[in-house]
Design a protein around this ligand. Structure first.
Ligand code: 13P
Ligand code: SF4
Length: 330
């Protein structure tokens, strides 16, 4: 049944039946529709709990490419839903709230990126997965924070490369590899806001704490971090480390899984510059709620659509990433 209340605000704004057990109702709908729920680590805890799989952006793409479900509900942000649809065009791909955008993807409009590419002739184009499908059509190979370093390394050292849109991740890879990739000047509003001073103060307070940072953080924070990696890499590192206390510089949703998997360890969210806001939360990721998830499964909306022309072009650099990642065992 299609509900016409999918209004301009981008999600189904209809009440859920009174007294309903939302968790049970979502489980029932999932079975009825042969649906799979994929969630990013930055989702609200209750969504992580009900998801079939919780993972980083690479894992979400890998699961979306191989699932035999008829419906994929991508509890993450819009580009993650687009990536799933590009890889699984015959499936219905739903995102509970289409307003779940990404400031990093928004910092790289396709027409301006195309100009940048023209200004750098004979460069290969490597784009972070946090981009629109239109930007991916301009790209030779897509990367995520899990495989970016290895994929850059797979190019000859003298290859000229454009890397976009995250300047912090690009700078970090340049510093690790000694390359001089031309960087698009984009950033994520969450990762840019962590306060170096406050992290250093916390380190004084918890002298044995290790700092874990996502490579989207500014270089000053990456320099003092004990470990830098994607969300899943940070999670693995925290699990394997003998250390007990960690200061975590990435979106605070990851702390839920970290704490669940490591009950005896202490995880402290890295503080943002502005102590009056919850700026270490991604407001886009947090737009998805259980209620919106229920409505989107029930009514099959909002759905991701991509023109076949864009999908075909955007698919190539994503498949290339998946191929290289598979070879690397990622
Ligand atoms: P991951 O690749 O670690 O999942 O990160 C995605 C993201 O949006 C980070 O802000
Ligand atoms: Fe985008 Fe930043 Fe949110 Fe990740 S945390 S989805 S990069 S806005």
């Amino acid at each position: 049944m299609v509900n016409n209340n999918l209004n301009s605000v981008g999600f189904l704004d209809v009440p859920v039946p009174e007294g309903i057990d939302l968790i049970q109702a979502i489980q029932d709908l999932k079975k009825e529709k042969n649906a799979i729920i994929l969630a990013h680590y930055y989702q609200e805890n209750d969504i992580q709990d009900i998801a079939d799989y919780v993972g980083d952006s690479l894992a979400l793409a890998q699961w979306a490419a191989k699932t035999d479900a008829d419906v994929i509900v991508l509890c993450g942000v819009h580009f993650m839903g687009e990536t799933a649809k590009i890889l699984s065009p015959d499936k219905q791909v739903l995102v509970p709230d289409l307003n779940a955008g990404c400031s990093l993807a928004d910092s790289c409009p396709a027409d301006e990126f195309e100009k940048f590419i023209k200004e750098h002739p004979a460069h290969k184009v490597i784009s972070y997965v946090n981009t629109t499908a239109a930007v991916k059509t301009l790209t030779d190979v897509v990367v995520t924070s899990t495989n970016a370093r290895q994929i850059v390394d797979s190019f000859p050292h003298d290859e000229k490369i454009i890397f976009g849109p995250d300047r912090n991740l690009g700078n970090y890879i340049n510093s690790l590899t000694g390359r001089n990739m031309a960087l698009w000047d984009g950033a994520c509003h969450v990762h840019e806001r962590f306060s170096l001073e406050k992290i250093l103060e916390l380190k004084k307070q918890y002298s044995d704490a290790l700092v874990l940072a996502h490579p989207e953080c500014k270089s000053a924070i990456l320099k003092i971090a004990d470990y830098v990696g994607s969300t899943s890499a940070l999670l693995n590192y925290a699990g394997k480390s003998n250390n007990k206390t960690f200061i975590v510089a990435t979106e605070s949703g990851i702390l839920y899984e970290m704490q669940e998997k490591n009950k005896d360890k202490i995880f402290i969210p890295a503080p943002p510059n502005d102590s009056t806001c919850a700026c270490n939360e991604c407001n886009f990721m947090k737009l998805n709620t259980l209620k919106k998830l229920y409505n989107c499964l029930k009514y099959g909306q909002p759905e991701i659509f991509i023109s076949e022309e864009i999908r075909e072009k955007a698919k190539k650099p994503i498949l290339k990433m998946l191929e290289i990642s598979a070879k690397l065992g990622l």
